[in-house]
Write a protein of this length. Structure first.
Length: 148
């Protein structure tokens, strides 16, 4: 089984956004990236789509969920600052089908730390890390660059 961890697509500038950060949406470029993720992840057998409750994350995986006829399941375990909870979530996922998780850069970093990866591993917006999960832990990780 693969856990596909997507960093949210391009969002508006944090410093220029006047509302709550949780409500900061994707930019037009981010929406294009979100639409393109459908093709990038088409090779996987996705049966579940979980997301940080932040709008930019939910928007990132909405086109994929729609294409697959699945709901986007918001979970605080993928919100900013929830690295430990995200690690527990990944370890709890079982079954033959693949699961998509959409989260933030800090959570992605926490998930990947401890793996034998170079410190300069890419974490670009709208990129995906394919994690092979075995016996409650991450066995391997493979990077998929963001769609253009």
């Amino acid at each position: 089984m693969a856990v596909l961890v997507v960093r949210h697509a391009k969002a508006g500038d944090r410093e220029r956004w006047s509302g709550p950060d949780e409500d900061r949406p994707l930019t037009d470029a981010g929406m294009i990236q979100a639409d393109a993720l459908v093709g990038v992840l088409a090779e996987f057998r996705v049966e579940r789509v979980l997301s940080s409750p932040y709008l930019r994350c939910r928007q990132t995986v909405a086109p994929l969920a729609s294409a697959l006829g699945l709901p986007v399941e918001p979970t605080d375990d993928l919100a900013e600052g929830a690295g430990a909870a995200a690690r527990r979530l990944v370890a709890s996922l079982t079954g033959p089908a693949d699961t998509v998780l959409c989260t933030h850069g800090d959570v992605l970093y926490d998930l990947l730390s401890g793996l034998d990866l170079p410190w300069d591993s890419p974490m670009k917006k709208a990129s995906t890390w394919v994690l092979e999960v075995k016996e409650g832990g991450i066995a391997t990780a493979r990077y998929l660059p963001p769609p253009r």
